[in-house]
Design a protein around this ligand. Structure first.
Ligand code: NAD
Length: 317
């Protein structure tokens, strides 16, 4: 049986809830909670395949891997942690797992949008603090429909399109901005970024972080948004220039933000976003539903099975 080392399973099976039996039936598994970078090569001895989750596999680490390693399987979609060129030069295939968290991230983006529109979090915390005024007085917090409002989606890929589907079912109108052309039917219209920023009541970001999207949303763009609009980011923190967002939120240039991702993760404990009334933050949980993580294990198993059968899939180098 071929040998597979899972080098840092605590990154994705931190609760021990995932079922690896399909993988165990095709390979002999060694598991490590975490692996320091300097121990990767040692733990890869005699292994045919290594599984990493966001571990830094630099050119130096690739060079130190034993000749037995023929596949690096990244347990996630992003693979910028691995020097894929160096791996290719050593004849090591690298594969990733696209799409396992599409539903989970889309669900979170919609949940955050609904939370912002109907101030669920604010009302729950008022009750928890013993403030029952919303029962007896006129509602003290802003409370809005999303139906009839415009959702602007930046990046209409797998997650963006799932968000669009749900938004349409909620009665929203949709504008989307993408560098690729998609035909999403009559209800979701393609727009340039400026039009999307000016027209949208909610903006949800689903493009990847690249040189082109880093700080795509800066003060200049935030000023184009409606004062009543909300921005939701479940993609990558650095797509929004966080220092500009903080000013825009403080000065009321936009109504609020929901951020599953931040420019630095975890953010510094004195990051002003934590204390802002008009901000909801979650700790990069989009991909972490138990169902998404189980899909990750299943798709990783498929990657490994296909590779062992000589027809590799999801190869990124
Ligand atoms: P995808 O590749 O299917 O879609 C990305 C879309 O963005 C594509 O349509 C692409 O054309 C578009 N795009 C690329 N550059 C652009 C630009 N400059 N301007 C506008 N659009 C651009 O990816 P996906 O599966 O939908 O994932 C989207 C992003 O979500 C990922 O890149 C990742 O950063 C993020 N993500 C976050 C979590 C989380 O836990 N919060 C989990 C998974 C993915």
């Amino acid at each position: 049986m071929k040998k597979v080392a899972i080098l840092n399973y605590m990154k994705f099976n931190y609760d021990g809830k995932l079922d690896f039996s399909a993988l165990r039936s095709i390979a002999q598994i060694s598991e490590y909670e975490f692996t320091p970078i300097e121990d990767i090569a040692k733990r890869a001895q005699d292994q045919d395949i290594i599984i990493t989750k966001e571990l830094s596999v630099s050119a130096e680490v690739v060079a130190a891997l034993p000749g037995t390693v023929k596949l690096i399987c990244e347990a996630g979609t992003g693979y910028n942690n691995i020097d894929i060129k160096a791996a290719r030069e050593r004849g090591i295939t690298v594969c990733n797992v696209p799409g396992y968290s599409t539903y989970s991230v889309a669900q979170l983006a919609i949940a955050l949008m609904l939370n912002l529109s109907s101030s669920i979090q604010k009302q729950i915390s008022m009750l928890k603090q013993g403030n029952y005024e919303n029962f007896t007085k006129f509602l003290q917090v802003p409370h809005h429909d999303v139906g009839g409002k415009i959702l602007g989606v930046i990046g209409a890929g797998a997650i963006g399109r799932q968000v669009i589907k749900v938004a349409l079912a909620l009665g929203m109108k949709v504008l989307y901005y993408d560098v690729q052309t998609y035909n999403l039917g009559e209800d979701a219209r393609s727009a340039d970024l400026e039009e999307l920023l000016k027209e949208s009541d909610f903006i949800s970001i689903h493009s990847p972080l690249t040189d082109k999207t880093k700080h795509l949303i800066d003060m200049n763009k935030l000023k184009m948004m409606k004062k009543s609009a909300f921005i939701i980011n479940t993609s990558r923190g650095a797509i929004i220039k966080e220092s500009d967002l903080i000013i825009a939120l403080k000065e009321g240039l936009i109504a609020g933000a929901a951020l599953d991702v931040q420019e630095v993760e975890p953010p510094a404990i004195d990051n002003p976003l934590f204390a802002m009334e008009n901000v909801i933050m979650t700790p990069h949980i989009g991909w972490q539903t138990v169902e998404a993580r189980q899909r990750l294990v299943e798709k990783m198993t498929e990657n490994i099975k296909s590779f062992l059968e000589g027809r590799p899939i999801n190869v990124v180098n």
